[in-house]
Every structure is written in C-alpha cells, then in structure tokens.
Write a protein that binds this ligand. Structure first.
Ligand SMILES: *Cc1c(COP(=O)(O)O)cnc(C)c1O
Length: 459
C-alpha cells in the first residue's frame, strides 16, 4: 500500500464527516444534547489493547461527540464572542495539518514562514498598525496579551535601569500595572503570569470605557515604570476605550500602552467603524484574535509589538542547534513557543481571499447585524437594550432580573438562537454577540423572531 493510500481512508472519512456536520450548522438546534459523561460512554472508556482502523475510529468519534457539540458555527449563535469558520480558512487549516510544519525557524520551513510574514504585514495594513510592528501568531488573545505584557515589562524595567534578563524580576523596581474597570478577565491572567500582579483598576464610564481623568489621576499616584492596558471592544457593550487620548496620557507619564482588542481591533478594518479605534496606532502593543472576527478556526491569536527589539529581547530563544538566522527574526523570536503549527496560514488564506474590501465588508456586516438585533429587541414590549450599540455587542434586559433569566432559558431551550446570560452594571442581561460571517440581516431577523418566541414562552 502506498503512503497516499494509507492516508486516503482517514482523510476521505474526515471530509465526509466534516461536510455532514457543516451542512447542518445553519438549521439544526444549537445547544448540545449530551453531557461529558454521556459522550465518554459513547466513545468507550477503556483503552483497547488494539483498536479498529482509522475510518472506524473517526466515525465513532463523530457519532459519540457530535451530540455533545455546540453549533458555534450557527449564524444565530451569539454566545460569548466565538467567531465561525470560513471555507477558505478551514481548507488552509487542513493543509497546515497535512504539511505538519514545525514553524519555529525560517531556514527549516521557508514556505510557511513566507506566508506567515505576508499575513503579518497584511494584518498591520488592515488593522491600521504601524507597518513595522512585529507580529507573532499565538493560540489566542490571552497569550497575545501575555506576549505584549512581557515585552512591556522588560522594556519599562530596562528604561528604569533594570535588566530583567540578567537580574530577574525580584528586587527590581515595582511596575505599576493599570487596567480598566471592565477589562476582560484574560488581562488579569496575563498580568499575573507576567508577574505584574492584579493591576490598579481605573474607573470606567457608563459604557465601560476607561475614563481619561481617572487614568491621569491613577498615573499621578506614583512614579516609576508603568504599563497601561486599554481595551478595544468591551464584551458587554462593544465600547472602545478612547485609545488615542488615553495613549497620549499614558505616554506623557512614560508608560507602555498595551491594547486588548481581541475582537474589537478589527473595527479598524472597516471605514464605517474605524473612528472607534482612532489613535490605536500610537499604542505599543496589541492583542487580537483571528479566530473571532476574521473567522478562522481555533487556535489563532495575534500579538503585535511596535518595538521589535523589545519583543525579541523578552521572548526569543537561542541555542546553537536551532541554527536560527543571524540577522532576520525567526517566528520563535516573536512568541513564547518554539514548536508550533503554522497557524498564520489560515490568516494568510482568508486575507488573500477577502482582500482589504472583503475584510471591511465582513466587519461592517457583523456590526450591521448587531443593529438589526438591537432594533428588533427594542420593538419587543418590555424589552430594553442597555448599551449604546456601536459595534457587534448587544446587552438586553427583559424587565426584572428573574424575567431576563427566564427569557434566556427559554431561548436556550428553543434551540434556534443562543445568547449568553451575564450581569452588567448590577443587572441580569442577555448578551448577543455577532461574530460569525454567516450572520447577515436575514439571520439577525431570525434571531429576533426566536427572542420573541422566548419572551412569549417566558410569560
Ligand atoms: C475572547 C477575549 C479575550 C481572550 O481571547 P482568547 O482568544 O479566548 O484567549 C480577551 N479579551 C477580549 C475582549 C475577548 O473578547
């Protein structure tokens, strides 16, 4: 049997099983029907002495696991902020697995490094980042923020005369880490791992945007090295911190500015939304996801740092056996990983297909669909939209907290649309996030119809 034939059955099965799953994503009920224990029972809990052939393993996986899958790819899935997957992105992702390139070094695999470097340059272009910003492909925005924050940490210490690489962190100057009141929880995790502690919380306005006067006051409380973490895209309101104004205030105090823009940074790609990110290019580092707004498969986060040297000093690996290129940065100089998949390739493929205009239209379509959902909910008696809908997020309440939770439960039970229950500014809310390329005005209208049915069911 040739090697091609050895792979054939597994790949053919994977293609047909994936096709069947993807074919049901738009119309089938969204929530999973099996829990973890039921899926384990279906898979079989015992490790066999020897198992069946690959096709049988894959078929059993599909049969047992699919009841336990959430149809995150549904155009009416609005939970959390999760994105979907575009055909070209999925195809590219499959090639990444088939090629199986260890993407740490230029000399080892020039092919995928070339595509990733083009994707990086194109990202700087569509996101309005400095053309010279250094881009690393990581697993998600949490790790992208970690990469940005370790670069920030070592650089603000270096400016204060402390060499973190030579001296470590203990005994060095204390770094002031300033974060917004409505930051994403991942900023806390990244800050903790980077050794910055939990951060001094800076007050936000009614939409969750960090307040300029509060940042100025917080910076004036002390002196010495500082890092300010701003946000582009609040998970409840979709609001953007006034990036330019806050960055200027932070820079006056000598602070490094990191922006968590996991899904919001993409507003910069759409002419009609770009004003939300005004001044973002003046920050020092940025974290975003390709697996949310751009709709490539997990896992694909993006860390960008304006000062390439600062990034390399903080994360690069050096060893004689790695034979890294002497003058040019390797992929492993930009992230906290050496061996990794070529996760930038789905980004390359998606940008290559959509082009600048296609990305702009995608982001605008998501924001327009959020408006359709917001307008539809406002028209339901007793329903309220609590946030200013400026981007892709809608926070709705349906009377008392108890009734809002009941509407959420009825929506989930209906299975036609899904929103995340949450609490915002002390009130129970249902959060609708639009982050899937399949969500358009028609699908947003179907979401509204499902919400109306849920409201009736909740009584
Ligand atoms: C999703 C999200 C993150 C975390 O991103 P991951 O890719 O899940 O690690 C961080 N910040 C915001 C605003 C997010 O929406």
């Amino acid at each position: 049997m040739s090697d091609r034939e050895a792979y054939g059955p597994a790949l053919d099965d994977a293609v047909s099983l994936a096709g069947r799953w993807l074919g049901g994503v738009r119309e089938e009920s969204i929530p999973p029907t099996a829990d973890v224990d039921q899926v384990k029972d279906g898979l079989g809990r015992e490790l066999p002495d020897r198992g069946p052939g690959a096709p049988e393993v894959l078929r059993r996986m599909a049969e047992a696991i699919e009841p336990g899958l959430m149809r995150i790819g549904s155009p009416r899935f609005h939970g959390w902020v999760m994105g979907g997957v575009q055909p070209v992105s999925l195809g590219a992702d499959w090639l990444v697995s088939a090629w199986d390139q260890n993407t740490g070094l230029r000399t080892v695999t020039p092919g995928v490094v070339a595509a990733e470097e083009l994707a990086a340059a194109w990202l700087n272009d569509v996101l309005g980042l400095p053309t010279t910003a250094e881009v690393g492909f990581v697993t998600g925005a949490t790790v992208a923020s970690l990469v940005g924050l370790v670069a920030a940490r070592d650089e603000v210490l270096r400016r204060a005369g402390w060499d973190a690489a030579a001296q470590g962190l203990a005994g060095g100057p204390r770094i002031r880490f300033l974060v917004g009141a409505e930051r994403h929880g991942s900023v806390d995790s990244s800050g903790l791992v980077a050794g910055l502690g939990r951060g001094r919380v800076v007050e936000a306005d009614d939409q969750g945007r960090m307040r300029a006067d509060a940042l100025r006051a917080a910076l004036a409380e002390g002196s010495g090295p500082a890092i300010v973490c701003l946000q582009a895209g609040n998970i409840h309101s979709g609001a953007f911190d006034p990036l330019g104004e806050l960055t200027d205030i932070a820079h006056e105090a000598g602070a490094w500015v990191h922006v968590d823009g996991a899904f919001g940074l993409w507003a910069a790609a759409a002419p009609g939304l770009r004003h939300l990110t005004s001044g973002l290019e003046r920050a020092d580092s940025w974290a975003t996801d390709a697996h949310k707004t751009l709709n490539v498969p997990y896992d694909c986060g993006i860390a960008a740092v304006a000062d390439a040297e600062a990034l390399h000093r903080a994360v690069a690996q050096h060893a004689a056996y790695l034979a890294s290129s002497a003058d040019v940065a390797d992929p492993a100089d930009r992230v906290l990983e050496l061996s990794r998949r070529a996760r930038g390739l789905p980004v390359y493929a998606t940008l290559a297909q959509l082009g600048r205009d296609g990305v702009a239209e995608l982001v605008q379509q998501l924001a327009d669909s959020a408006q359709v959902i917001a307008d539809g909910i406002r028209a339901i008696p007793g329903a309220e939209v609590l946030n200013d809908v400026v981007y892709t997020q809608v926070c709705a309440a349906f009377g008392t907290d108890e009734r809002t939770r009941a509407v959420g439960a009825a929506l989930l039970a209906g299975g036609d649309a899904l929103a995340s229950p949450s609490v915002w500014h002390g009130r129970a809310v249902l959060r609708f996030s639009v982050s899937n390329w399949l969500t358009d005005a028609a699908e947003a209208g179907r979401t509204v119809a499902a919400v109306r049915r849920a409201v009736e069911a909740a009584g």
